[in-house]
Design a protein around this ligand. Structure first.
Ligand code: HEM
Ligand code: HEM
Length: 180
């Protein structure tokens, strides 16, 4: 029996986390892009960054949960119909996506808390500023946050485009293994 039949789909927790993370990441990029142009007179001037930071920390925790689950339970093997190039490209995209879910929120946390200010988690509690950083590190964290987020958009487009191509053109099970 091939591995495809032994482990046909991603596990339910992985599917749930994948789609929660995907929605959050896309919404956070849109929110970040929109909020930086808000003026002091907008009613969203304080609320938008507050939500961006709290949801940004949340997506980091979801990303850590996904990584932990993936350590415990392996992903199903790539479909045998995928070409070698498709297998390598999708592995690389997954690696960058995993890295982004962890490093983009960390960079946001680093520059946001660099002056000792904590982050309010939906008004429930404050995430403290764990360490002070120099201005150079702070500037690097800001640049990383911006460029990595926009670079991520290109990877998401390629990743989602690949999944849709497999579904609608190749008509294989790639997308269905991540859905229900
Ligand atoms: C920000 C958005 C997204 C992120 C961060 C993301 C992240 C990931 C990651 C890390 C994996 C690997 C999962 C693992 O090995 O456990 C994965 C797999 C997958 N994603 Fe996404 N994803 C995103 C959006 C999407 C979208 C929009 C689609 C569909 C249109 C999609 C479809 C899939 C599919 C089908 C797989 C399984 C691929 C395979 O079997 O090799 N993803 N995604
Ligand atoms: C995956 C999670 C995140 C994504 C995808 C994301 C994305 C973005 C984007 C696209 C921008 C606009 C950048 C620009 O064009 O200047 C932005 C700005 C910002 N982000 Fe995030 N972000 C995330 C998490 C976080 C976290 C966890 C924090 C803080 C704890 C944070 C704090 C900020 C702040 C303060 C700004 C405004 C920066 C400025 O005024 O120039 N972000 N983010």
């Amino acid at each position: 029996m091939s591995d495809e039949f032994k482990r046909p789909s991603f596990s339910l927790p992985v599917k749930i986390l994948h789609w929660l993370i995907a929605i959050h990441m896309i919404a956070l990029i849109a929110l970040g892009w929109w909020m930086i142009d808000l003026t002091y007179f907008s009613p969203w001037y304080n609320t938008a960054p507050y939500l961006h930071k709290a949801f940004g920390v949340l997506v980091f925790l979801l990303g850590v949960a996904l990584l932990v689950i993936r350590r415990i339970k392996a992903a199903p093997d790539a479909l045998q119909s995928h070409t070698r190039l498709e297998k390598v490209a999708s592995k690389l995209a997954h690696l960058i996506l995993f890295a982004s879910v962890i490093t983009i929120p960390i960079s946001g946390y680093v520059f946001t808390t660099s002056k000792g200010e904590g982050i309010s988690m939906f008004g429930l509690f404050d995430l403290p500023a764990f360490f002070a950083v120099s201005d150079t590190v702070r500037d690097f964290a800001i640049s990383f946050h911006i460029y990595a987020s926009y670079g991520l958009l290109a990877i998401i487009a390629a990743h989602a485009g690949g999944a849709l191509k497999h579904h609608f053109i190749d008509k294989d099970r790639t997308l269905r293994r991540m859905t229900w």
